[in-house]
Design a protein around this ligand. Structure first.
Ligand code: GLU
Length: 378
């Protein structure tokens, strides 16, 4: 048996159900929703709190509006989501009402969670619902989310909701048994990986490319990436098969089903997790090699001296990406203490010059270490 988690310590679960669980080729798979509702009831009777992140609005809407095309454009998807979301929520409501469980719908966009105030409001609502013993059912607000505003997939949304909910575990239910050594559709002999110590680039590579299923948007890649991000947050995750009988209670009985992702021993706090994965950078600060090294290896703050150029316009308090000059991809993200129009005149200079140049100096650092996250390699 893998040494997974102490089941006695699990009080709050975030369970994500993928489109392929919620829908079949005919539309909403009501029998599966009923089965899951029964499992949710069982876990609640054991004193656990559950938040559902449910996909399936687009797939349900497409069936409802009788469109069988495989290629969907954003406009159609948004229309299907609007039609399907209500059917999906009705199905959850009915399935859970059989067990006297009430539900509430929360629809979110990436922008909602990128804004720290809205993030906190969403969190407060979620906590209030849990206190009222109501099950929140979360989905992306597909109807209003524009392409670039989308979480892109409910795996990413699920991991942000797990973080927001301060859950003890994230369970990602899909139609596969978990992460395999090789793609099981092409290699039927492929071995299931039951335990992931760390989501290294090699583990992510096993999850294949970023393309998703025809019903949902996320594939195994986004599931593994979501689990890895939560591990950095200090939260365990399991990717498991939602079609396996009694999957939720069996996992909570400690059965080694699915793929378990071990949480990091040096977790990031909730705020840093938000900064790393939910905040949307408004601009870029380009830094020299020395500053990049000090940030990456010595855990230092970013001083004006190390900045070589800026991109975009931002205000004090905004999130910005930190990029090393000449190197592609951001090395991290942080909250800036100075707006771009002021930073332009202090970059490359010593912190002692800030007061002279700006007439005030509320900190020597442009980004304090407490507000800075260095990305792990994905
Ligand atoms: N939000 C989409 C839906 O409800 C699903 C996105 C996903 O599957 O990742 O259909």
């Amino acid at each position: 048996m893998d040494n997974r988690f102490d089941v006695k310590k699990i009080r709050r679960l975030v369970v994500k159900t993928g489109s392929r669980i919620i829908c079949n080729d005919q539309g909403l798979a009501l029998d599966r929703l009923r089965a899951l509702a029964g499992q949710v009831d069982l876990l609640r009777r054991r004193g656990m709190e559950i938040v559902l992140v449910s996909s399936g609005a687009v797939a349900a809407g497409q069936k409802k509006l009788k469109n069988n095309s495989r290629s969907l454009n954003l406009k159609n998807k948004q229309a299907y989501a609007a039609a399907g979301q209500v059917s999906m929520m009705t199905a959850w409501e009915k399935a859970l009402a059989t067990h006297d469980i009430r539900v509430a719908q929360i629809l979110l966009t990436a922008d909602d969670l990128a804004d720290r105030h809205r993030f906190i409001h969403a969190k407060n609502t979620l906590f209030t619902l849990l206190e009222m013993r109501v099950i929140p059912v979360v989905n992306e607000n597909d109807t209003v989310a524009l392409d670039e505003l989308k979480f892109g997939d409910n795996d990413t949304l699920g991991s942000l909701v797990a973080s927001l909910s301060e859950a003890d575990i994230f369970i990602n239910l899909t139609d596969q048994d978990g992460l395999f050594e090789k793609d099981p559709r092409e290699n039927p002999e492929a071995r299931l990986i039951t335990f992931v110590e760390k989501t290294s680039p090699a583990i992510l590579a096993k999850a294949g490319d970023k393309g998703g299923s025809s019903m949902g948007t996320g594939g195994m890649y986004t599931k593994v990436r979501a689990a890895g991000r939560l591990a950095e947050r200090g939260m365990p995750s399991i990717i498991a098969n939602g079609l396996t009988r009694d999957i939720l209670p069996r996992l909570m009985d400690g059965e080694d089903l699915g793929t378990y992702f071990k949480p990091s021993q040096k977790p990031r706090g909730s705020r840093k997790h938000w900064l790393a994965f939910a905040a949307r950078p408004k601009g870029v600060v380009v830094v020299d090699e020395g500053a990049a090294k000090a940030i990456r290896e010595a855990g230092k703050s970013l001083l004006p001296k190390g900045i070589t150029s800026l991109e975009g316009q931002f205000l004090a308090g905004d999130a910005v990406s930190i990029v090393e000059k000449g190197i592609s991809g951001a090395l991290g993200v942080g909250l800036v203490n100075y707006p771009s129009h002021e930073l332009i005149s202090i970059m490359g200079r010593s912190s002692q010059d800030i007061l002279d140049e700006l007439g005030y100096c509320h900190s020597d650092e442009v980004i304090h270490r407490d507000n800075l996250v260095v990305y792990e390699k994905e």
